[in-house]
Every structure is written in C-alpha cells, then in structure tokens.
Design a protein around this ligand. Sequence first.
Ligand SMILES: *Cc1c(COP(=O)(O)O)cnc(C)c1O
Length: 388
Amino acid sequence: MSFESRTATRLRPFMTTIFAEMSALAVEHGAINLGQGFPDTDGPESMLEAARRAITDGHNQYPPGIGVPELRHAVARHQREHYELDYDPDREVLITVGATEAIAGAVVGLIEPGDEVIMIEPYYDAYAATVAMASGVRRVVPLVEDGDGFRLDRERLADAFGPKSAVFIVNTPHNPTGTVLSDDDIAEIARLCIEFDVIAVCDEVYEHLLFDGRTHTPLATLPGMRERTLRISSAAKTFNCTGWKVGWISGPPELIAATKTAKQYMSYVGSGPFQPAVAHALDNEMGWVRASAAALQDKRDMITAALLDVGFDVHRSEATYFVCADPRPLGVDDGIEFCRSLPERIGVAAVPVSVFADDREPWHHLVRFAFAKRDDVIAEAADRLRKL
Ligand SMILES: *Cc1c(COP(=O)(O)O)cnc(C)c1O
C-alpha cells in the first residue's frame, strides 16, 4: 500500500518537503547546506546559561498553558519598547511551540471550513499545510519584481479579498525573498483587512534582522489594526535557537482566546526551562541581536558578491537569512533541476523558490540561498560558487 493512499487527501500535497530532499543531497555529496534556514552558531551565552540554570532549579514540569509569567511579561515589555504596542501579558500574550504553532493555533482557532486564508506568494511552506489541516481555502497574492527587489502585486491583492476572506497571513520581513514590505503595501493591506473584516495574522519572526538601516513596521501599529491583528514572533531567528521552539502571539483577548483553544489541544504547553531563558534574552540581549543582524548583513554581502561574480542576477535581500538569485544569465532556466545538480557539481546546496508558490511559472528559475552561517562557511561556499 502506498504512503499516499494512507494519508488524508487534504494533506497529500504536503508529504515531502524540498528541505529533506536538498539536505539529503547535501549530505550525499558533502555539500555546504545553504538550503535550510538555520544558523550554525549559538545564541547569547547568558541565555544558554539561563536555560541550564532553569533545569538545575527544577523548572522541569508543565509550565502554565499560556506560558510562564516572566516570558509573557517580557514579550509585552518588548513590544512596548520597540513599537509602542501595549499588550496585557495575562490576556493578550500566549506562548507557543515556536511561531509555527502560533500560526497553526490562529488559523485552526479562527476559521470555519471553506473560509479563505490569503497569503503572500511565495509563502512559507507551513502556511499552506496549516490551512489545509483547518479545511480552509488558500488564496495567494504574488510578489512581483520591482527593480532588483519585490513588491506586492496590487491588483491581485485587491482581487484576493472577498466575502469568504477570513484571515490574511502577512509575512514581513519575508521568507523566502528577504523583502521588507513597503509602508504603502502595509497600508493597503490594512485598508483591505478593515474593509473586508479580515483578521491579520502577522508572521514577524525576522522583525529584528533587517539590513542597511531599514526598519520594521508591524501591521498592528496601523490605525484600526490592533483590534484585528495577531502578531507572531519567536526566539528561533532572533536568538539563534531554532531548536528551542519558543514562540509567542499577541493580540486582542478574543483572538488570543480562539488561538489558545486550538493551541491547548495541539501541544497543551510549551517547553518549561527554555521560557525563562528567552525572557532573560528579550530583557538583556538585544545588543547581541543588533550585532547579529550587522553580521548577517556582512554575510549577505559576501554571498551576494560571489553570486554576482559568477553571473547570477541577484535580488536585493533587505532582511532575513535569505537571498534569491536568478541563474538565467548562466543559461539555467529551471531552478528545481539546478538545485538538484548543485550539490554534486560544486558542493553547495540551495532551494528552488518555485516550490513555495501555487503558480510556479513566475518563480521557476529562482534559487534561494541561506546565509546565516559562520563566516568561514560562507567564504568556502563563495569559493565553491565561483567555480560555476
Ligand atoms: C523559521 C520560520 C518560522 C518558524 O519559526 P519557529 O519559531 O521555529 O516555529 C515561521 N515563519 C517563518 C517565515 C520562518 O522563516
């Protein structure tokens, strides 16, 4: 019996991920894996120490379902300090098993079967699977090229909204393109969410990893949006601890209640000893984060320079761990085939962007490189890329 036939129909499109395939190829050929987006160095030492201490001090049983108070308070303080957003740590902040569970909890907790969930294309792969699990219907708004960067397709944005629209998953800074949505794009999303009574679920896990002096504007700060927005972030990308799976979601009490109802039967609670450690990091280690963002900008420059040297067209990466490159000037048209061949040819792995899109055509050539790696690893990857 095939694996497919045993898997629920609505989940069959999601059985394999590109990351598994490319990571396996990377291992097979001893390639540097610039496919998957995780850092290869640890977060701030005081945060790691706080986690060790929490274990020693006996924080090893179920924490409260909504998260430990020190982390909920730190999350609320953090948003007040950075964005002047005020959230009640007891009713408006929920700690989750990474941003992933926050997104899943929000979608499952908010939508009815058949409701439409809008997302930006290309999209983070978990969004589509989550909407399928909730028996929702996915609607996409594509990014389009704009100079060497990307912006939202405004016509498609307006077309995506209708009477069945329930939620818009807004991801900025954006994975996989590294785009920071412009103030105009954000304002237009806000206007449409209000007009169509749509709830914005904002995935802002890269909120602190912006380059070249850019700033991040949470959708929740726009007029009329706080009451219809769930803001999601996570320690994973901010503090280089993707394996800890500590995330959080903030919003008005009724939207948090809906999310919590789903979340409490997904995982019940998040991991205990990591929560006080992340609270410590939010309160004390934002200097480390600023240095980390500056270092990421340099890594972006290193990998971008190497890609330009060998003749790729490179899209501007404004934030995140990622840069997208166009290999067509090298005579390569198919990003998927290109990524399948790259580990064997030169010992570097990357992922094709088209797998993150429903309409693959506009993206079929594009390739995403992750640069949250040690400088020596980036330098070696750059040398290998120059062999192309
Ligand atoms: C990495 C990532 C996540 C997952 O975050 P976790 O906290 O590890 O669950 C969610 N959204 C985007 C866009 C990401 O890149």
